[in-house]
Design a protein around this ligand. Structure first.
Ligand code: ARG
Length: 461
């Protein structure tokens, strides 16, 4: 184990168990690129401000770039006994370039350094998740375009309720994901703020140019209070919350896919490449992916809880508790990326069993509201029409038939207002086509919705 950075103040080596307990390198090593990038910008600015020598700054930057290359090529292994990635890289630098390396940490603390690294890391992750979400959105929209006339039952309480189209159902998810995209973009704005210069907690007496460091690193702004700069993890919590909501949407969609695959529904069939079999029941084809997504949603909610609870009692400014932020937010980000990138091709390759959807829509009296509306349009008050239609439904159930099959005499026994045109009014196609209100399931309304969605999505490309 290497000697610790703070050895001067201590008369003993730290206990090896304590070293392991304290160490975060096993999970923060993934931020090596961001750590090096931040240090390069800091060293550049320090030299520009005359705080360190230009030659030393150059040696630091070359040394850091060398470390980056060696980590990427595998020539340099990250020491698992190091305290964290920041200490590891700094120690490497000093061992490579000597005393100049010891100047890098001028006017900087690991407290603002780690805050910077997480922000840099999460900015990239938000971009990647945005890209994956856009791919999923486009897959949903492509599928919806093919099914604007595929009639299916819409449900409330999981009971067949009113007729919709598969496109209408799919675009409901497209709307949810569009809101997710907007939340991610919003969260990115608050992540895109540069904390370096906050130092340990109280800023510094050195004449830093914080805005220059922000510019070098591509940040839009700098943090405005050094205490807040080192102790703010709102951006990570906000991201985890946006990701929890995104997972909630994927989980609800997954749940529906699980049902649609069952013999009870049989609305879709998943491609063999995206299903699994059973070790004992040869007939089985299981929707494991969607079940796992539903299950993994719990992990992301757990990560959000971890972050919220970890932060809630912390006095200002930095406390070591905050080291626990990383595993939670990294797990959330990894889980979401894994789930979306598996879900999208699964959706793109599934087979839609249109006839089964239509047959399910044809049973279950989902045109009963339209039958009542027919009477209302002929002047009857809705409550009376509702009651008459209820009696007709009961008659159908007793006769084991559907509204479309009753004779006109049977209709007219309950109201003289019924005429031959009732059959057209309650046909499934009419029921869907006439729901042409903005946001409704009629093909035209869904096409309009898709157009608007596509415009919104262009804003994220
Ligand atoms: N590994 C630490 C973390 O992730 C870095 C900051 C350490 N700062 C300190 N004052 N001990 O939070």
């Amino acid at each position: 184990m290497a000697q610790t950075m703070w050895a001067g103040r201590f008369s003993k080596e730290v206990d090896s168990k304590v070293n392991d307990f304290n160490s975060s390198v096993s999970f923060d090593a993934r931020m090596y690129k961001q750590d090096i990038k931040g240090s390069v910008a800091h060293a550049t600015m320090l030299a520009e401000q005359g705080i360190i020598d230009v030659g030393e700054s150059k040696a630091i930057i070359d040394g850091l770039n060398g470390i980056l290359c060696d980590i990427e090529s595998g020539a340099l292994e990250i020491d698992p006994t190091a305290e964290d990635i920041h200490m590891f890289i700094e120690a490497q630098l000093t061992s490579r370039i000597g005393d100049a390396g010891k100047r890098l940490h001028t006017a900087r603390s690991r407290n603002d350094q780690v805050a910077l690294d997480i922000r840099l890391y999460l900015k990239d992750e938000i971009e990647e998740i945005t890209h994956l979400t856009l791919e999923l959105e486009n897959t949903i929209i492509d599928l919806a375009k093919q099914h604007t006339r595929t009639v299916m039952p819409g449900y409330t309480h999981l009971q067949r309720a009113q007729p919709i189209t598969f496109a209408h159902h799919l675009t409901a998810y497209a709307q949810m994901l569009a809101r997710d995209l907007s939340r991610l973009a919003d969260c990115k704005k608050r992540t895109d703020v540069m904390p370096l210069g906050s130092c340990a907690l109280a800023g510094t007496t050195y004449p830093l140019n914080r805005r220059r460091t922000a510019e070098l690193l591509g940040f839009s702004d700098i943090t405005m209070n050094s205490l807040d700069g080192v102790s703010d993890r709102d951006f990570a919590i906000e991201l985890c919350s946006a990701l929890s909501m995104l997972m909630m949407h994927l989980s609800r969609f997954s749940e529906e896919i699980i049902m649609w695959c069952s013999w009870e529904f049989k609305f879709i069939e998943l491609d063999d490449a995206y299903s699994t079999g059973s070790s004992i029941m040869p007939q089985k084809k299981n929707p494991d992916i969607t079940e796992l997504i539903r299950g993994k949603t719990a992990r992301v909610y757990g990560d959000l809880q971890t972050l919220l609870v970890m932060m809630k009692g912390l006095p200002l400014a930095y406390n070591k508790d905050m080291q626990e932020d990383k595993e939670a937010i990294f797990d959330a980000v990894d889980t979401v990326k894994l789930c979306i990138s598996t879900f999208t091709p699964m959706l793109a390759t599934m087979t839609v069993l249109e006839d089964n959807m239509r047959n399910a829509a044809a049973r279950g009296f989902i045109n009963a509201t339209d039958c009542a509306d027919y009477l209302v349009k002929k002047g009857m008050p809705f409550r009376t029409a509702y009651k008459i239609t209820g009696t007709l439904v009961k008659l159908c159930i007793d006769k084991n038939t559907v509204l479309e099959q009753l004779s006109l005499e049977e209709y007219r026994q309950l109201s003289e207002l019924f005429d031959e045109d009732v059959y057209d009014a309650i046909s499934l196609d009419t029921c869907v086509m006439q729901r042409n209100v903005e946001g409704g399931p009629a093909p035209q309304a869904v096409e309009k919705q898709i157009q608007l969605l596509e415009q919104t999505l262009k804003g994220y490309c």
